[in-house]
Design a protein around this ligand. Sequence first.
Ligand SMILES: [Zn+2]
Length: 531
Amino acid sequence: MAKERLYLFDTTLRDGAQTNGVDFTLADKLAIAAMLDELGVDYVEGGYPGANATDTELFARDREFNTTFTAFGMTRRPGRSASNDPGLAALLEAKADAICFVAKSWDYHVRVALETTEEENIASIRDSVRAAKQRGPEVLLDCEHFFDGYKANPQFALACAKAAYDEGARWIVLCDTNGGTLPHEVETIVSEVVKTIPGSHIGIHAHNDTEQAVANSLAAVRAGARQIQGTLNGLGERCGNANLVSIIPTLKLKSEFSERFDIGVSDAQLKKLAQVSHALDERLNRAPNRNAPYVGESAFATKAGIHASAIAKDPATYEHVLPETIGNKRKVLVSEQAGKSNVLAELERIGIKADKDDPRIGRLLEIVKEREAIGYAYESAGASFELLARRTLGKVPNYFDVNQFDVNVEQRNNAKGERVTVTMAVVKVKVGDDNMISAAEGNGPVNALDLALRKDLGKYQKYIAGLKLIDYRVRILNSGTEAVTRVLIESEDETGERWITIGVSPNIIDASFQALMDSIIYKLVKSDAPA
Ligand SMILES: [Zn+2]
């Protein structure tokens, strides 16, 4: 039997942008859209052209996506004609494959918030959908507060939806805007709606205020809806939107859905899901949620003991799906043996030969565990792990010593009487028998320290001449009693090779210094610089 198609609509860049503390740049939006496109999401809602400069610029561009790139905006204002509404005009001008209008569908909101009549609200929907259809793109209508509206006045809520459908809108999206509706209510109400508008034209847009946005989305599908709206990692204002990162694998891996429905995400694309989820957190400079279903670091982690030994016999004993299917990993924490074999595998990957019975392997594992406990994350800093491994195995020469450094930040008036902040670093380095002092000014303490450190390394200078610092990320971790700072530095050399190093300390300059030192030494090791 042919499966029915379910469509995924991502609104990370529009509704997700309402999240407290999230502020997407144009580059962020393009990168996230590209990621969603590669994942196989059918619709990507990019933003609200006309509402802010970033979104206006985004929709002025040509883009090459397979996904239906969608612009969001309001229906015409009450009391205006569609041709005489600048907001609507900006939306219709946007370069978009689809337009998603939002309109009221709760009579109470029409009266109190919009201060207009029910008739005028419906006319505004009809006129706006018609005007958009004439321009060519696909049209969607988000029915704001649909479920609350339906409970208060089902005839009016349905009439709003029906007006858009009759004008040729491809999708009528039922929104649980306040997020307070429960799954059984969603199922009942959607079942009623699909008697008037075919389910193949109905979408669900759920918010997570009772932590049931995913359940509400699935309930709507059970009742006949065929489009699901949501965001990556459940981003969104208040408690967030329905989390597509949980919905996608549920649709792909749970037989109730996978036997009846196809989605645009292939099995191969599903394997990228964990990476997509983590890449979004990385871009937002947030720590990924370890306990996130399917993609979290702990989603398939089991503590040593009877579970672990059962998992070793057959993973299905304690896993509801296979972690590899969504690009995640099984993790058993951590019998000495399992830890050792992880470390050995990692050493082999980076080309360090080691004997499994070498006691130094056990010591390396201990050091990694100790350091990870205080905030180091060697998974994200491969170059620092490699150096740590080489050092523990006694394979890193002592190229140079930094005997002292000093960073000074000063705020003062310059000769023109302007307030300026000047940063200067002085570094004393010993290379062989030579003592050197370098000083540099920078646009901040870490920049000044980096410049001073790399200014003169004597005979090693030629090896690091092409070294560039290309990214610098800081995260404050609260581990135990005091906050510590974790710094990740990404470097690049003249060959284009990139590597990441890490430093952790209560002091941000110390943490940065560790990461800078690792980066330089990694480059010397990689270049086979003589000891
Ligand atoms: Zn919303």
